[in-house]
Design a protein around this ligand. Sequence first.
Ligand code: NAD
Length: 260
Amino acid sequence: MGLLDGKKALIFGVANDKSIAWVTAEILAAEGAEVALTYAGDAFESRVEPLAKQTGAKIVLPCDVTKDSEIKKVFQTVQEEWGGLDMLIHSVAFAKKEELKNDFISTSREGFNIALEVSAYSLIAIAREALPLMEGRGDASITTLTYLGAQRVVKNYNVMGVAKAALEASVKYLAYDMGRYGIRVNALSAGPLRTLAAMGIPGFRDILNVVQRMAPLKRNINADDVAKSALYLASPLSSGVTGETLYVDSGFHAIGIVEK
Ligand code: NAD
């Protein structure tokens, strides 16, 4: 008997087997959930198809979150195949390379708009489509992925920090709008993890080193740490929790001045 037997989970943002979306899909499937996967576009198809087979996912669709038509198609398919939805994972972010390399003050209008659209607005667009499929399921949950750079300055995180701040605020407003339908909305703030998205941040290795030295747990997090907390937020284990940002970062966010 799994914790999620009979539940349906839709997951956005699988790029490869290192993706947080993928490790989350694996743990939800291991607990008995049926999973559906989406990926950004054709370039990812060959990497995602074999992963989909591993979890028995029958719904595997491209979805560029800047395209309303592709978002609608995903939810139409879920409606036709499943008739409803219990869990949704939003694990999508993007910023242009140059925006993560130059000083934040040189953020371009276009770079700002792209980062905010893909990384924050997409949650709103997706939640709106999910609502009719999730309402009345008893306990339904939406979980997004964020980072400490929303709250504090992290070198080179730049416009992505602003996008994550918008995302975290959106979580609270969506939690308010959707709560009356029995839908919870939360964010998981992960510590640095070596993934495709993370490799686009110059100096990522330095971030890992600082966390290892300063975090209360004296280590970096791993994929399993993230997956287990994603399971908690997605499942009825967190039935009373909404509008929350849960830090899974070895406690790094709690640290102020600790070294002489
Ligand atoms: P990842 O590269 O595996 O995942 C990012 C995903 O976003 C990819 O699947 C990519 O294809 C997708 N994406 C980008 N543009 C898209 C678009 N227009 N339409 C649809 N999908 C698009 O890396 P990840 O680390 O697993 O990132 C997942 C989430 O976790 C992101 O929101 C990221 O900011 C967040 N996060 C990552 C870390 C970390 O250190 N890895 C830490 C905290 C939060």
